[in-house]
Design a protein around this ligand. Structure first.
Ligand SMILES: Cc1cc2nc3c(=O)[nH]c(=O)nc-3n(C[C@H](O)[C@H](O)[C@H](O)COP(=O)(O)OP(=O)(O)OC[C@H]3O[C@@H](n4cnc5c(N)ncnc54)[C@H](O)[C@@H]3O)c2cc1C
Length: 380
């Protein structure tokens, strides 16, 4: 049997791989999407996590016809309020001050997965291999790379002029290319859940920085909040075992009373906070994108945003990659550092952010996805 040949083979149909498949199909390319999850199921990454999409990401996903497929309403982030427990400083950002309706939109990953799936199903040209696992590279001719994939029936080979590794932070493609990575464990676990509070969301995203890391409430579109609560890794098992009432009391203590009493919490999911940075992004006829290229601490809500931009134009996004890595990492380390000597500095930093428009503008522009040379797809 002759092996199939494609312009591009994308390994991994998660947030970035599926979005990239839609973007490349639009360019008329013959694309193969290789995903380990079987047809009829969504990859596990499309869970209850709340994704905050930067404006540039919303622009790109609208142009790709994905936003129109979302069934649940999105939650607009019109204001951001950041404070630190025990410190006097705080920073407030208002989209109206930048001539914008919103900084971005909160989308539940599950809804996003279903919307991507609905859009992928419309692409007549796209070839999907699922369930199929990437197992390695085979002998390549000069024009293509051979990709070995396996399912229950055995192994097969597909050829592609370009192979895209979009298979997440533990990327097998990255390993098979011999590309190393640097891993940093922040020593935190993040609990994510849907929350109902006394006061419904009013477009404000609340972020409170505590001794164990950040706790955030994102304004969802369904009158609930998306909670992200960081705890020390050593306490994670204990927190996972709490009943709903005890978990709510813990979240209340971490976020304070800005949205009134926290009333109810949905199922909780737990995620390690890791930073994984690949040594290189490209190899002959291969490129790494999304979490395979870099996984960030979710505090900056930038992982998918950056991944999509990078996928849109890997080489041109180097500046954005460096700046976003530094931003998310610096924020995660500073906010998790309980050193009392740093406290006045952090308070002054928050005050400066609150008062100095040029500082705010630089930060907000980056958070909205406008850094460096922005691809046309991401502009309104
Ligand atoms: C709690 C939390 C909150 C977050 N919030 C935000 C946010 O607000 N904004 C934001 O931009 N980002 C956020 N992120 C980050 C975001 O989830 C990731 O950046 C994003 O999932 C990366 O997408 P990806 O496609 O690169 O990888 P993944 O989504 O991990 O997808 C990888 C895919 O590859 C498949 N795969 C793996 N191995 C193989 C193989 N051998 N063969 C075939 N297929 C394979 C998997 O099944 C999966 O479908 C958050 C992350 C967490 C944990």
């Amino acid at each position: 049997m002759t092996a199939a040949r494609h312009d591009v083979a994308i390994v991994g149909g998660g947030l970035v791989g599926a979005s990239l498949a839609i973007a490349l199909d639009r360019l008329g390319l013959d694309v193969a999407l290789i995903e380990a999850t079987p047809a009829g199921a969504l990859p596990a990454v499309f869970d209850q996590r709340n994704l905050s999409f930067a404006e540039a990401t919303v622009n790109a996903l609208s142009a790709l016809g994905v936003m129109a497929k979302l069934r649940a309403p999105t939650g607009a982030i019109r204001r951001i309020h950041v404070s630190r427990a025990g410190d006097f400083g705080r920073a407030r950002f208002d989209a109206a001050g930048y001539g914008r309706e919103a900084f971005g939109q909160v989308v539940v990953a599950r809804d996003f997965g279903e919307a991507l799936e609905a859009r992928l199903a419309e692409l007549a040209r796209l070839i999907r291999y699922r369930p199929s696992r990437f197992v390695g590279f085979g002998d390549s001719d000069g024009d293509t790379r051979a990709v070995r994939i396996a399912d229950d029936a055995g192994e097969r080979v597909v050829h592609a002029r370009l192979v895209v590794g979009a298979d997440g932070s533990q990327s097998g493609v990255r390993d098979a290319l011999g590309i190393g990575m640097v891993l940093h464990d922040y020593g935190q676990a993040l609990f994510v859940a849907r929350l109902h509070a006394e006061h419904a969301p009013d477009g404000t995203a609340w972020e409170r920085l505590g001794p164990q890391g950040p706790t955030a409430l994102l304004p969802r579109g369904d009158r609930h909040y998306g909670l992200v609560h960081a705890v020390d890794a050593g306490e994670a098992d204990m927190v996972a075992a709490l009943d709903d009432a005890a978990f709510l009391a813990r979240a209340q203590a971490a976020i304070g009373w800005r949205v009134g009493r926290l009333l109810a919490v949905g199922p909780r999911s737990r995620h390690p906070a890791m930073r994984v940075v690949a040594d290189r992004l490209v190899a002959p006829r291969a490129v790494l994108v999304g979490n395979a290229a870099q996984s960030l601490h979710p505090i900056g809500a930038q992982g998918f945003n950056l991944g999509l931009l990078l996928a849109a134009h890997a080489a041109r996004r180097d500046e954005d990659r460096r700046r976003t890595l530094a931003f998310s990492d610096g924020l995660a380390r500073l906010t998790a550092d309980g050193n009392p000597l740093l406290r006045p500095l952090r308070s002054l930093g928050l005050l400066a952010l609150d008062r100095v428009p040029s500082l705010q503008a630089a930060l907000v522009g980056g958070a909205m996805g406008y850094r460096g040379d922005v691809p046309a797809l991401c502009r309104a």
